[in-house]
Design a protein around this ligand. Structure first.
Ligand SMILES: *Cc1c(COP(=O)(O)O)cnc(C)c1O
Length: 376
């Protein structure tokens, strides 16, 4: 059996090696390492894939979130509502910009921000909501957009884990996640569903004015070279990464199918197994399974993880400490906030290997060993 990994980017590369190698060599030959043609080509192709008017590439997903927040023209102390149960990048940029992160609960089924909790957290200082499509499952965007419209708030989607996820509205219309809020952000970190061979990120919007601002901020606040109208930063997607991503974009739908197939295998194997909850799939979206995350009702999580490790099966805890308890937010005094759902999930989730290259033999081995431990 091939060694099981949380993500197997190397085998995935081997399937498209000829195409990728040629694209990289073409960039080396052109020597247009910064803002070469593949950057614009990839942005245009990604816009077409997502059905969005503007894609602004940048250096990584954290920058995308930061630049998005800078483009909204918020004032220090303005409040931004976000889940505590997320990767730190979502929340960190809020504090970095001297805004105030307001942490709210997630829905224990979807792992995504709870609209009722958003409503309760709104104050006169609230300016924006940052939902996260965690593990590849969409946050309830229709409800979130309705709350935002009612209270005149911006919505910045953190789509780093859910690129390609389809969202269906109650009238039957569909949109891709990341194109529903005022701005969507994503990451092309190698292990993401659309991963580069290094760092990368992008922002999406249908608003032409916001697109201009995002582009300017990512480029030292300039539109015309050497004329800097606003304080920005330097955040670019390398041409080599764009050339690779443009090839991988053509495979994204197939990659999603493969991830979903692995998830289906897990779901079937664990059906009826006492003590675990398999990932929930809401009717309104197509889960793209960036992670396959179980909730253990009362099984010993460290014990399961050690048992699996002995059998050469890796597992991970995403995330062991929720944002509101991180030391970096000490100044906001959020550690004492009562967040039972977040705390409950934090102590009970465990993610199994999921990627595009898992075969039946590996899946059988993983599930067999999970089941053996839970039936012990
Ligand atoms: C990966 C990730 C990011 C940050 O992306 P980087 O490219 O690593 O900066 C932000 N939010 C979430 C939810 C992520 O998973």
């Amino acid at each position: 059996m091939r060694q099981i990994q949380m993500v197997d980017t190397r085998t995935q590369y081997h399937h498209i090696k000829n195409e990728v190698d040629k694209a990289v060599l073409d960039v080396l030959e052109s020597s247009a390492f910064i803002n070469g043609k593949p950057v614009q080509d990839f942005a245009a192709n990604l816009s077409a894939y997502l059905g969005v008017n503007h894609t602004i590439p940048c250096a990584n997903g954290t920058d995308a979130l930061q630049i998005a927040m800078m483009a909204l023209g918020l004032e220090p102390g303005d409040e931004v509502i976000t889940p505590s149960f997320t990767y730190i990048a979502t929340t960190e940029v809020i504090a970095l910009l001297r805004l105030k992160p307001v942490f709210v609960e997630v829905d224990p089924k979807t792992f995504c921000i709870d609209p009722a909790a958003i409503e309760k957290a709104i104050t006169p200082r609230t300016r924006a909501i940052v939902p996260v499509h965690l593990y590849g499952h969409a946050a309830p965007m229709e409800e979130i957009m309705a709350i935002a419209a009612k209270h005149n708030l911006f919505v910045v989607e953190d789509n780093a884990q859910a690129i390609g996820c389809d969202y269906t509205f109650s009238d039957g219309s569909k949109k891709k996640t990341g194109t529903i809020g005022h701005i969507g952000c994503t990451s092309f970190y190698p292990s993401k569903n659309l991963g580069a061979f290094g760092d990368g990120g992008a922002m999406f919007t249908n608003d032409a004015d916001l697109a201009v601002k995002l582009r300017m901020i990512a480029n030292h606040g300039q539109q015309k070279r050497y004329y800097h109208d606003t304080v920005g930063c330097n955040s670019r997607l390398d041409t080599i990464q764009a050339a690779i991503l443009d090839i991988k974009l053509k495979h994204l739908d197939e990659y999603i199918v493969r991830r979903r197939r692995a998830a289906d295998y897990y779901d079937q194997a664990f059906a009826g197994l006492a003590g675990v909850t398999v990932p929930y799939r809401a009717d309104y979206c197509t889960h793209v399974f960036h992670q396959y995350t179980l909730i253990l009702q009362d099984a010993d999580r460290d014990g399961l993880s050690a048992w699996l490790a002995e059998k050469q099966v890796p597992s991970m805890i995403y995330y062991p400490v929720p944002a509101h308890k991180q030391k970096m937010f000490e100044q906001f005094g959020t550690a004492s906030q009562v967040m039972p759902v977040t705390d409950w999930l934090t102590s009970r989730v465990i993610s199994l290997p999921i990627h595009t290259e898992l075969d039946e033999e590996q899946l059988a081995w993983i599930t067999q060993n999970v089941i053996a431990y839970l039936n012990k």
